[in-house]
Ligand binder design. Structure first.
Ligand SMILES: [Zn+2]
Length: 358
């Protein structure tokens, strides 16, 4: 028996409306998640060039069922595409050169049940085979009990349907791509909006540090007043079982020693600073969804529009990725050294931008 809720209904409507554009948009249900007598579809959207090597802008949302805002943002983005397919020639041009790969609601059972984990109490973002070099206590993942948050699952290495579907989808969409940036939308941590790059498993620098530094520098130049803290995930906490660490490592294994060895896969987590919503409206802390989502309608609308300039910037740096992926040895060394100085040598507490007060 299939059941539905608002976010799933919106995806069903989107899937129907994209049918008109089947030449350019592939909408699929690669798997379904069962929970008791209920079952839920996992929707994927692949829009634009289907050439394997095309650059990819990927998005996943709703990995954690309480963080509905992540799926809302992914759905808003897909709606924006649908409108622009009607008339926007620049967008058509863009789609000939790249593809958008979306899995907007990774954990429908969690969202249906209003809980972070999936139907088996597993935290999807602690469920890959990765064993961390450093892991934060409890929040970094645990196998003690499914009734405590951050449960990794019973058997090491066994992925849940949701995790496996996400990994398989992005393997198909990005493993032959010349460059990809994969955004994962989350909320529930911090006062400000943050962009986190790997590793989650370790406090050491990851191999594409020079490239991510160039990306950050480009963003600072193009959007000098942007609101994001851009830093390694491990500056905040480290975890076992991160799906992005897993995907990144699998990609490296596939391309090493091949002509595609220069291809770049860059996972970025957008962690929306939800504590500011609570600060503005303290009562929402006492509701189940309050700590993770903007509750007041005007604040929800603001969140929907707030990230579009940044995401639009990333769609551009994906098409023109040579500016941060094709680096000479000297450029790479310089960028790497600057990144180490910026992110790994500073033992002082991180300098935060002025708190966002809007
Ligand atoms: Zn989350």
């Amino acid at each position: 028996m299939t059941t539905s809720f608002s976010e799933l209904q919106q995806l069903e409507t989107l899937a129907e409306r994209f049918q008109k554009y089947s030449k350019i948009a592939r909408v699929e249900i690669p798997a379904r998640v069962k929970h008791g007598k209920l079952d839920f579809p996992l929707y994927t959207f692949s829009i634009g060039s289907q050439k394997p090597e095309a650059p990819v802008f990927g998005v996943s949302g709703g990995v954690h069922g309480l963080e509905r805002i992540g799926s809302h943002l992914a759905i808003a983005f897909l709606n924006n595409f649908l409108q622009r397919l009607e008339w926007d020639e620049t967008f058509q041009w863009q789609l000939e050169r790249m593809r958008f790969s979306f899995i907007p609601l990774v954990n429908p059972v969690g969202m249906y049940l209003t809980r972070r984990s999936n139907g088996n109490h597993v935290d999807i973002m602690r469920n890959s085979p990765i064993v961390a070099e450093h892991s934060s206590w409890m929040i970094g993942g645990q196998r003690i009990s499914p009734h405590i948050p951050w449960y990794m699952g019973k058997e090491p290495g066994k992925m849940e349907v949701e995790s496996q579907t996400l990994v398989d989808f992005f393997k198909r969409e990005v493993f032959d791509s010349s460059a990809s940036v994969l955004f994962d939308f989350h909320s529930g941590f911090g006062y400000v909006d943050q962009l986190w790059f790997p590793w989650a498993k370790s406090k050491t620098p990851f191999p594409h540090l020079a490239e991510v530094y160039r990306l950050k520098r480009l963003m600072d130049l193009v959007m000098p007043n942007h609101i994001y803290i851009f830093e390694p995930q491990a500056k905040n906490y480290t975890t076992h079982g991160d799906l992005w660490d897993h995907l990144y490592i699998e990609h490296q294994k596939k391309i090493q020693g091949t002509p595609q060895a220069k291809n770049v896969l860059m996972p970025i987590t957008l962690e929306m600073g939800s504590w500011i919503w609570i600060k503005k409206n303290p009562w929402q802390f006492f509701s189940l969804l309050g700590p993770f989502n903007p509750i007041k309608p005007h604040r929800h609308r603001r969140t929907m529009r707030r990230h579009l300039p940044m995401l639009d910037f990333f769609t551009r740096v994906i098409i023109s990725h040579g500016s941060w992926t094709d680096l000479s040895n000297t450029e790479r060394e310089e960028a790497h050294a600057a990144a180490i100085k910026l992110w790994y040598q500073n033992r002082l507490p991180f300098k935060r931008p002025a708190e966002i007060t809007e």
